[in-house]
Each structure stands twice: as structure tokens, then as C-alpha cells.
Write a protein that binds this ligand. Structure first.
Ligand SMILES: Nc1ncnc2c1ncn2[C@@H]1O[C@H](COP(=O)(O)OP(=O)(O)O)[C@@H](O)[C@H]1O
Ligand SMILES: [Mg+2]
Length: 370
């Protein structure tokens, strides 16, 4: 992507929670820096309700530390209005300057942002820098809010489309849950052509096995996972780096603790450890779900394909087995609520999936114990 001239394609890196998006994104950064690109960006986890202005200003804040030392020639930029200072003091692209340009540019937030990005590039192109990557993790949190008349997502897309048309080398990398790309396209249909979408899927069995065994081999560790445990972990949790790492680490720690407290032959099983996974990972999410929502999710968990996709109609059918079945409109309402809590998401074909891996298994475990 860094070889594009001009930039025609940006990147969306997507996948369920815990598949390794953030870790992978971090590995892109040194590649970009190694090729003389600047890398800016943040984690948008807490950005559910940002405004256009706040996303624009956060881009300035992300950029300014990287360009803060670049000196812009004094008289070339009369618009930025340093009228009171007649001498040509070295003027640096620090946050204060970027913000001043932003504020003094007339028009919409997107015009202001574009003016800043153009100034930044006009100054950077005299240096060795080839371009700028703006990378945002958890970008599914960014959303337009028509009721508040705030369209931060559209702003971002508009600004990038426009500066890329003017052949400015700014690349956008967005990482997030599978809701992300549909959201982009919903905001601006041209987003469809603007991004290459890479979906991080599950590890295969051999990769899962490596994820379990290699770290201990590489550390020359005296403790080993017995083959049945490896098979068990792969069978139930294989494919998801987060779960593999969680289970292996807990099992390892428990083994060491038992050893330290005098056990000669400590025994740690996958099953015991799964309880910890339930309480540490799933329970917090589950506790935010109301009873009626839980009833509905239990219906979903009973569907044969719940780990892939499910539809409102399938849920309605399945719920006819209950004493209080769900109507289609009720299912739609509840799914919308549960989606807000980040447990399910709706894909572009109007079908739903769990947004948390292996949620179906967890719900079935809860049901079995209830
Ligand atoms: N390639 C990998 N090999 C081993 N473990 C990984 C790998 N990628 C991610 N992990 C581990 O899996 C967990 C989840 O990764 P993360 O990047 O945070 O997932 P995501 O951002 O998709 O939710 C992390 O604790 C990380 O250490
Ligand atoms: Mg992440």
C-alpha cells in the first residue's frame, strides 16, 4: 500500500474480538516507519459519541508530535496570520499552529481539516518523508449521529477522499470489529471503493498448536502441556489467539502455584481453567444483558449455525418452542439493543453474528447450569 502513487486504496483490518487485529496493526507501524512514512493514530475505544470537531482536532493532535519540528517558511503562509510579528521567526508545525490554521480556514469542518492536511504535506514534501499513515484502532466506535447532527465518520471519509484525489500521500488504516466496513459504506457509498478489506479469521489447527507449544519451547520451559490438553484447547478454543493465550497462561500459572505450595505432581485441567475464562472474559459482558435479552440469546445459542450467522426469522422459528415466543419485531428490537452492547453485529446482508468468539458455547454452558 505504501507504494501507491497516488493513494487509491486504504485499509480496513477487521475480525472478531481477540483474533489479533491490534497486535497485527502494531507490526505494520515499523514497516511504514522503515520506509520513511510517518505513523499517527489512536485507539478509538472511547469514541462512541465524538463530534466532527473532536475527531478533526484529535487528528491534529495525533499529527502534531510527528511534524512539530518541521519549520514552515514565514512569508509563504500569509493566511495563518502572524501579522503582529513582522520578522520571519522560524514557524513550526506544532499543535498551536495547526489549530490556528484550522480555525482560520472558513467553511465546514472538512474544509478546515483538509487545509491543515494540505499545509502539513506542503511542508513535509520538502523532507525525506514519503507520506503519512493515519491508523485508528477500534474504529467501529466511530459513528454518524443524525439526531445530534454530527457526522464524524463521514467527515473522515470526505476529507481523505478529497486529499487523496489531490494526490496527497495520506493513507487511512482502520481496524475494528466486523461492523466497521458496513458502517463506512452506510456513511458514504464511495467507501466501498476506497478500502481494501482484510478479514482476520481464525487460526487453523496447526497454527493454534504452534501458539500453544512454541512459546514454551522457545523459553526452554521445563513445564509441558500434555497432548490431551493441547487437543482439548484446540478443539474448544483453537483459532482464537486471545483464548489460547488466556487458557495457557492461566494453566501455567496455576501449575506453578500448586508446585510452590508443595504439590509434588500438580494437576491442572482445561476444564477448571475454562471457569476462569467464563468469569474473566464472558461474565462482565453477560452481566450487562437483561433477562429478556438473555432468553433471546439462549434461543440463538441453540441454533445449529449460531457461531456463523443467524437471522431474525430463524430466531422467531426456534423461539416457538418456548412458552413465551418472540415476535419478529421484538427480536429486531432486542438484537439492536444487544448490538449496542457489542455482543452481536449485523452484517451487510442483514444477518447477525456474535461479535464475541465462542459466545454460543458460553451461553450453552450457562444454560446447562441454570
Ligand atoms: N500472532 C499472534 N500469535 C500469538 N498471540 C497473538 C497473536 N496475535 C494476537 N495474539 C494475542 O491474542 C490476544 C488478542 O490480540 P489482539 O490483537 O488484542 O486482538 P484484537 O485486537 O483482534 O481484539 C492478545 O493478547 C495477543 O497477545
Ligand atoms: Mg484490538
Amino acid at each position: 500500500m505504501l507504494d501507491q502513487q497516488p493513494i487509491l486504496t486504504n485499509l480496513v483490518l477487521t475480525g472478531l474480538r481477540g483474533v489479533g487485529k491490534t497486535v497485527l496493526l502494531e507490526t505494520f507501524k515499523p514497516i511504514a516507519i522503515g520506509q520513511n512514512w510517518l505513523w499517527a493514530g489512536t485507539d478509538l475505544s472511547e469514541s462512541a459519541s465524538v463530534s466532527e470537531e473532536s475527531i478533526a482536532l484529535s487528528i491534529l493532535a495525533d499529527l502534531s508530535p510527528l511534524v512539530g519540528n518541521v519549520v514552515v517558511a514565514g512569508t509563504e503562509q500569509p493566511r495563518i496570520g502572524f501579522g503582529a510579528t513582522p520578522e520571519k521567526l522560524p514557524l513550526r508545525l506544532d499543535f498551536a499552529l495547526l489549530k490556528r490554521v484550522y480555525e482560520q480556514t472558513p467553511g465546514l469542518v472538512s474544509d478546515k481539516l483538509k487545509a491543515v492536511l494540505e499545509l502539513v504535506w506542503a511542508s513535509l514534501k520538502k523532507t525525506d518523508v514519503h507520506g503519512v499513515v493515519l491508523a485508528y484502532d477500534e474504529a467501529q466506535n466511530l459513528g454518524d449521529q443524525a439526531d445530534r447532527h454530527q457526522y464524524p465518520l463521514s467527515l473522515l471519509l470526505d476529507a481523505f477522499q478529497s486529499i487523496q484525489q489531490r494526490e496527497l500521500p495520506f493513507v487511512l488504516v482502520l481496524t475494528g470489529l466486523p461492523t466497521l466496513f458496513p458502517k463506512l459504506v452506510e456513511a458514504r457509498t464511495f467507501a466501498e471503493r476506497m478500502f481494501h478489506v482484510t478479514m482476520l479469521g481464525r487460526l487453523n489447527d496447526a497454527e493454534s498448536r504452534d501458539a500453544i507449544l512454541k512459546p514454551m519451547q522457545q523459553q526452554g520451559c521445563p513445564v509441558r502441556f500434555a497432548e490431551p490438553a493441547v487437543v482439548e484447547i484446540i478443539w474448544h478454543y483453537g483459532g482464537y489467539p486471545y483464548f489460547i493465550q488466556f487458557l495457557c497462561r492461566k494453566m501455567f500459572d496455576t501449575y506453578l502455584q500448586q508446585k510452590a505450595s508443595g504439590a509434588v505432581n500438580p494437576v491442572v485441567t482445561v476444564n477448571q481453567t475454562v471457569r476462569k475464562l467464563d468469569s474473566d472474559f464472558f461474565a462482565g459482558r453477560w452481566n450487562r444483558v437483561t433477562d429478556r435479552q438473555r432468553d433471546l440469546l439462549a434461543v440463538v445459542a441453540a441454533l445449529p449455525d449460531c457461531d456463523e450467522e443467524f437471522t431474525v426469522q430463524e430466531i422467531v422459528e426456534q423461539s416457538k418452542k418456548l412458552t413465551k415466543p418472540f415476535s419478529a419485531s421484538h427480536v429486531n428490537q432486542i438484537l439492536a439493543k444487544v448490538a449496542e452492547n457489542g455482543l452481536v453485529y449485523k452484517n451487510r446482508h442483514g444477518r447477525y453474528s456474535f461479535a464475541v468468539p465462542l459466545l454460543g458455547d458460553f451461553i450453552r454452558r450457562q444454560e446447562a447450569e441454570a
